[in-house]
Design a protein around this ligand. Structure first.
Ligand code: DNO
Length: 401
């Protein structure tokens, strides 16, 4: 086996032709595979073979391949278990069949109610003058107590927390309040839509009777219908963890911990029912032992998102450079290489796990370009370069070329 086959497969998230980073730039960053989705197709609708092929052609024209779909999003009716869910499950199955027809065999998806990843600040300045995404529970509390005025939010905070949130809220300007609202209510990645508080409250109403247990049941139901199809057509599913990895805005979250991932993969056991191991999302909790999780869940990992977060004592965190922050990236990478070795020893074929540098900082280099939050050019390029260097160093050190 040559070294490329053994090394991780470098990939990059690209949002399609309107992305500020071009495919040629991505290729020159050392990338082999593209991670993308048909963001223009509304959630719940079927992706036709023609549309998939058209996008694939654009990617292949520069010598890259479409390695991973991120994401085929799950319709809210499936998550809440509504009476029309089967119709959306059938469409999801059809999309999977169509992807397989085009030779695309890895699908990342998440199961977060209503929102995808959530931050309270998109341009938090760090020491070197670059900016990073940040999550601050006080800002979130202020948003839901005083802007969204969510029913029931009052009861979820202690008196002290409410006082802190109130102080924060009265100290920020009107423009900052609007920015906070926009940041939290941004819709799915790859779109520019932002929910209004009223729209968002209507979405929340759909979850009135959906607690964590019910949400889990609805996920298992979905997987029971999906996994047999993926086995038939040769697709692997890789669930992405919640970000942040705990319930927010009164919504349950059930893909946040090792127990959650064990539960999901064991309920519908199949090599097709796997995980996107995102160190940035899972790293938002100090009780997630990331290297240990890779050791124990490793055989289920189909896709890697590597990024770091700096957790602070007040419960806030910001995204650190890839090799800095609260996660020991050396230990993570070592655990990943150990997992590859196990796969080689057991005769598995999927050794070259795709890896993408997840978010990056916005550096001076890129200041005039309009990126999707977190998806900068040079910030991610730096992340990928550092991760590949780390990988090579560890691989050589372990005598594994
Ligand atoms: C954050 C990403 C997420 C992820 C989706 C997967 O940037 O890791 O948006 O792509 O949640 O479905």
């Amino acid at each position: 086996m040559n070294s490329l086959q053994q090394s991780l497969y470098p990939t990059w998230r690209w949002f399609g032709p309107q992305d500020a980073v071009s495919l040629m730039e991505i290729k020159q960053a050392g990338v082999k595979g593209i991670v993308t989705a048909l963001h223009h197709i509304p959630c719940g609708e079927v992706w036709s073979v023609e549309e998939i092929k058209q996008r694939q052609k654009v990617i292949e024209a520069v010598g890259l391949d479409w390695t991973v779909v991120e994401s085929v999003n799950i319709h809210e009716s499936i998550k809440v278990g509504a009476s029309d869910r089967d119709q959306f499950i059938r469409k999801y199955q059809q999309t999977l069949r169509n992807l397989a027809k085009c030779g695309i065999r890895l699908v990342c998806y998440n199961y977060m109610p209503v929102l995808d990843w959530t931050r309270t600040q998109l341009a938090h300045p760090v020491e070197d003058g670059s900016t990073a995404l940040r999550y601050d529970p006080t800002a979130l509390a202020a948003f839901e107590l005083f802007i969204l005025k969510r029913k029931g939010a009052e009861d979820q905070y202690s008196k002290e927390q409410k006082v802190t949130a109130e102080k924060y809220f009265s100290a920020i300007t009107q423009a900052e309040k609007e920015k906070l609202q926009q940041t939290i209510l941004a819709g799915l990645p790859g779109t520019d839509e932002v929910f209004t508080p009223d729209e968002f409250n209507r979405f929340l109403e759909r979850y009135q009777d959906v607690d964590a247990q019910q949400l889990r049941k609805n996920l298992v139901y979905f997987l029971q219908q999906i996994i047999p199809v993926t086995e038939e057509v040769g697709i692997k599913m890789a669930i992405h963890p919640d970000d942040p990895p705990f319930p927010i805005l009164g919504l349950p979250r059930v893909v946040s911990t090792e127990d959650d991932l064990q539960f999901i993969t064991s309920q519908v056991p199949s090599p097709s029912n796997g995980i996107t191991f995102c160190t940035g999302s899972l790293g938002g909790r100090s009780d997630n032992d990331l290297p240990g999780m890779i050791e124990r869940l490793g055989d289920k990992i189909h896709f890697l998102h590597l990024r770091n977060v700096q957790r602070n004592s007040d419960g806030s965190f910001h995204e650190a450079n890839h090799l800095e922050g609260s996660t020991d990236m050396f230990a993570v990478m070592q655990a990943v290489i150990n997992e590859q070795q196990k796969r080689i020893n057991s005769g598995r074929e999927d050794i070259t796990i795709p890896l993408r540098p997840d978010h990056g900082h916005q550096f001076q280099f890129d200041i005039d370009r309009n990126f999707y939050p977190g998806y900068s050019g040079v910030g991610r390029l730096r992340g990928l370069a550092e991760l590949r260097g780390l990988e090579l160093g560890i691989r050589r050190m372990m005598g594994n070329r």
